[in-house]
Design a protein around this ligand. Sequence first.
Ligand SMILES: [Zn+2]
Length: 261
Amino acid sequence: MNPLCLVIGVLVSFAALPGFAQPYPKSAGPADPKLIEDLILANRILYQQGVVDAMGHISVRHNKDPNRYLISLARAPELVTAADIMEYDLDSNPVRDPGRRQYSERYIHGEIYKLRPDVNAVVHNHSPGVIPFSVSNVPLRAIAHSGGFMADGIPVWEIREAGGMTDMLVSNAKFGRSLAEKLGDKAALLMRGHGAAVTGKSIEYVVGRSIYLEVGAKLQAQAMALGGTVNYLSPEEGRKIEARRDYIRSWEMWKRQAMGK
Ligand SMILES: [Zn+2]
């Protein structure tokens, strides 16, 4: 046999072996255009509502494959367009060469989707009102009806426990996994000295929760500043509220604002 053919043959059979690193995971195909449209609007809404600034991101699970999710390439949320939306597998590998910078903290999304089949949308933000609660021993709790999803508790994730001294970014799967495990079955989690990760069963829910997590943090700080005893919602009240919760009216309004109408 020609030695060149032999070399090519060995390489081809090696590449076919299970576990051999293929360049990109397989795409689930084009996502529902409505999902992409809502994802773009959600980016704008989160900016308009003060949940994200130039940083922060939102993702949604792919409508055709629960093992894929959609998120923008690295861009300020207000500026995201359909051309920026990328598909990733749950290890947060892109399905094609993105050709541009990607969000370094996308592992937050992929690792939460792995552990939480009930979650279809995730937000990571640095919303300012919640950060004091991530560095204080005062827990963030549900103080108002709009924060019913907070009544079961909002854990605080400490990146030092996962990686010691770091730049505090969730820039690999190991940190993402640790964060997702700390989140457990809760709606949201604070990241010490950094921000929050928020989950929802849809884009509308994760946007609503992100907005009202920030509102709740401000209200709690105000209530505590009054100096008396604060009377929080009980977990049972929270569950009853959330059983009836929808964001239909709010989403319609936020969406109109985001579309500039
Ligand atoms: Zn961050």
